[in-house]
Design a binder for this molecule. Structure first.
Ligand SMILES: *Cc1c(COP(=O)(O)O)cnc(C)c1O
Length: 452
C-alpha cells in the first residue's frame, strides 16, 4: 500500500479528478486515526456509515485523507444535488461571509431570506397565494408545519404513515415509524400522533392507489376522526422507510379527503424535493397540490436550511413571534440556497436527474432479471433503490444488503441502505455525477451482489 502525501485540506468542487481511486485499504491509516479519535470524543449515538476522514469532495467524488477517491452515490443523504462546493454556492457564500454573517432575521431582516421565500413560493406546486418560513433542519421545519396546521385548524391530532421518517426531535421521532435506531428508549413521545397504513405496492398484495387510500382513510375516520385531525403528513416517496413509491392515485385521494374535511395536507419533501426526482418536488409527479410543503436537504448545496411553504391563509394564522428561531434563514444559508436554485435552473439539473434515473433504472432492472434476490427496483429520477429479498419467500434480506453495502464501501463506492427491514440499497448521486462514474459505481454494487 502506498501512502500518498495528501494535505489535511484540499480544494474541492467539480474540478477534482473525477475517478474512483484506491491507494490504501478502506479505511486507510489516516482515516483510522480519525475514527479512533471520534470514538474517544464523539457520542457513540452519532454513528457513521463509512469510516473515512473526508478532506474534499466535488462532482461525483469524495476524497479521504489517505488519498482515496470514492464515488459518491449518497450526496450526504440527498443534500448535495448541485455537487459539493458547487462554484456558484462557493462564490455566493464567500461574498455573504464578507458582508455580514448574522443579524437574526426576526430582529433585523435582510434580502436573502425574502428572496428565498419568493423563490419557494414560485417553485412549490400550485399557483395559490403562498407564504414561507425558514428554519435550520428538516425536523425543525416538520415541527413548525405541524404547529402551523394546529394553530390554523384549532385541532390537535396528526396522522403519519407506516414506514415514515420525519426526523429525530421529540415530535418528529413520534411521527417516525421505525423503532430501532430512531425511537427505542427515547420516549415518552408527543401525544396526538396517529399512524395510518401506507400504499407499498411491493408488499401490500398489489392494492391500487384508490384501495390503499380507502384503507388509510377508514383507519383515520374510525380511529382519529376528521373533527380532531389537524394534519396528515406524508413523504410523497418515502426516504428512510425504503424509497417506497405509493401506487398511482394514493396521494391524490388523500389530498382530496383532507380538503373535504378541513385537514391540512403536509408533504414532507425534505428528501424528495429540489430536483432530486426529476421535478422540483415529487408532488408534481402525481399532480397534487399540498397545503404545506416542507423542504430541506437539497435546498442549499450543503448549508443548513429548511422551509415550510404553503397557503397564505394557513401560514399567516400564527401570531407574530410564534414562528422563528435564532438562526432560521441564516444569511449564509440563504445565499447558498439562491445560488443552489440558480445552479439547478441554469445547469439543467432537473433534466439531468431524469437522465440519471434512466441509467439507474435500466441497469438495475437488467441486474434484477438475472438475480431474483433483487425483489424490486423503484424510484423516480435520481432517487432509486433496490429491495433485496430471499427469492423463495420474499422475506427481507438485511444480511445480504449489509454485505453488498460493505463490499461497495471497501471498493470505493459510497452507497446508503434504508428501509424498515434494512433490506434496501438506495442511490442518491449528486446530479453533477458523470455517467461514467455512475456506471462504475453500479458495477461495483453488481460485483458485491455476485460475491455475496
Ligand atoms: C432527513 C429527513 C428529515 C429530517 O431532516 P433533518 O435535517 O435531518 O432534521 C425529515 N423528513 C424526511 C423525509 C427526511 O428525509
Amino acid at each position: 500500500m502506498t501512502l500518498v502525501d495528501t494535505p489535511a485540506t484540499m480544494t474541492g468542487g467539480p474540478s477534482l479528478a473525477q475517478e474512483r481511486r484506491l491507494v490504501t485499504a478502506i479505511p486507510g491509516p489516516r482515516s483510522q486515526e480519525l475514527i479512533a479519535r471520534k470514538a474517544a470524543a464523539v457520542a457513540s449515538g452519532v454513528g457513521h456509515t463509512l469510516p473515512i476522514s473526508v478532506v474534499s469532495a466535488g462532482g461525483g467524488v469524495i476524497v479521504d485523507a489517505d488519498g482515496n477517491s470514492l464515488i459518491d452515490l449518497g450526496s450526504g443523504i440527498a443534500v448535495t444535488g448541485v455537487g459539493n462546493s458547487a462554484p456558484r454556492v462557493v462564490e455566493a457564500v464567500t461574498a455573504q461571509l464578507n458582508s455580514f454573517t448574522h443579524t437574526c432575521f426576526t430582529v433585523s431582516p435582510y434580502e436573502g431570506y425574502v428572496a428565498v421565500a419568493e423563490k419557494l413560493n414560485e417553485l412549490t406546486p400550485g399557483d395559490h397565494v403562498k407564504r414561507t418560513a425558514l428554519f435550520n433542519s428538516g425536523a425543525e421545519a416538520v415541527e413548525n408545519a405541524v404547529k402551523i396546521a394546529r394553530h390554523y385548524t384549532k385541532k390537535q391530532a396528526v396522522v403519519a404513515f407506516d414506514h415514515a421518517y420525519h426526523g429525530r426531535t421529540n415530535l418528529t421521532m413520534g411521527l417516525t415509524a421505525k423503532n430501532i435506531p430512531y425511537k427505542s428508549g427515547f420516549g415518552p413521545f408527543a401525544s396526538e400522533v396517529y399512524r395510518a397504513p401506507l400504499s407499498y405496492p411491493f408488499r401490500d398484495g398489489g392494492l391500487s392507489g384508490a384501495e390503499a387510500a380507502a384503507r388509510a382513510i377508514s383507519v383515520i375516520e374510525k380511529q382519529v376522526g376528521a373533527e380532531n385531525l389537524a394534519a396528515i403528513i406524508i413523504e410523497p416517496i418515502q426516504g428512510e422507510g425504503g424509497f417506497i413509491v405509493p401506487a398511482q392515485g394514493f396521494l391524490p385521494a388523500l389530498v382530496e379527503w383532507a380538503a373535504a374535511n378541513d385537514v391540512v395536507f403536509i408533504a414532507d419533501e425534505v428528501q424528495t424535493g429540489f430536483a432530486r426526482t426529476g421535478a422540483w418536488f415529487a408532488s408534481e409527479h402525481e399532480g397534487i397540490v399540498p397545503d404545506l410543503v416542507v423542504a430541506a436537504k437539497g435546498i442549499a448545496g450543503g448549508l443548513p436550511l429548511s422551509a415550510v411553504t404553503g397557503r397564505a391563509e394557513i401560514m399567516d394564522s400564527a401570531m407574530a413571534g410564534g414562528l422563528g428561531g435564532t438562526y432560521g434563514g441564516n444569511p449564509l444559508a440563504c445565499a447558498a440556497a439562491l445560488a443552489t436554485i440558480e445552479t439547478y435552473e441554469e445547469d439543467g439539473l432537473i433534466e439531468r436527474a431524469r437522465e440519471i434515473g434512466a441509467v439507474l433504472i435500466g441497469r438495475l432492472n437488467a441486474l434484477r432479471t438475472a438475480d431474483p434476490r433483487i425483489g424490486d427496483v423503484r424510484g423516480r429520477g435520481a432517487m432509486v433503490a433496490i429491495e433485496l429479498v430471499d427469492p423463495a419467500t420474499g422475506a427481507p434480506d438485511a444480511a445480504l444488503t449489509n454485505a453488498v453495502a460493505k463490499y461497495a464501501h471497501a471498493n470505493g463506492v459510497v452507497v446508503l441502505t434504508c428501509g424498515t427491514y434494512g433490506n434496501v440499497i438506495r442511490f442518491l448521486p449528486p446530479l453533477t455525477i458523470s455517467d461514467e462514474l455512475l456506471i462504475d459505481g453500479l458495477s461495483v454494487v453488481a460485483e458485491g451482489l455476485k460475491n455475496a
